[in-house]
Design a protein around this ligand. Structure first.
Ligand code: ZN
Length: 139
């Protein structure tokens, strides 16, 4: 069995952003030489997500609005987590809803996606360097 590991680094300038990382994951798959197996992609931070959905800007604006309704950033005093001096309680909650990781099947050397599926990095507390782990196993 082949095994491959790589960290992808991101430095989002704003607080929140969605980035399509499908090309980077496809590059990892090419480097791994695996043609049948599984790829795991996970955020290595508790205020960021990896998720699969459509690369459609209206949908991403809808996510932003929906997440802000569920866990508004302000007022930061509404969250006990922020009593520690942090201001990112909302980012922890947004990450929880959007998920930590995705697993995608690899078939014939390709990511075996459903229609319109793409892999995204979801940043909810940016302005610093953060990592995503790509782990590929298979033959
Ligand atoms: Zn925090």
């Amino acid at each position: 069995m082949k095994s491959y590991r790589k960290e992808l680094w991101f430095n989002v300038t704003g607080r929140r952003e969605f980035i399509n990382i499908t090309p980077q994951v496809q590059e990892c798959l090419r480097e791994s030489g695996v043609s049948e197996g599984l790829v795991l992609v996970n955020a290595m931070h508790i205020t960021a997500s990896v998720f699969i959905n459509d690369d459609e800007s209206g949908l991403h604006k809808d996510y932003e609005k929906w997440l802000e309704k569920l866990a508004p950033h302000a007022p930061i005093s509404q969250y006990r987590h922020n009593d520690t001096g942090e201001d990112n309680a909302d980012a922890h909650m947004k990450r929880q809803i959007m998920g930590r990781e995705v697993v995608v099947a690899i078939t014939d050397g390709q990511l075996d996606f459903g229609t319109w599926e793409q892999i995204f990095y979801g940043e909810f507390d940016g302005r610093r360097r953060k990592r995503v782990l790509v782990k590929i196993i298979g033959e």
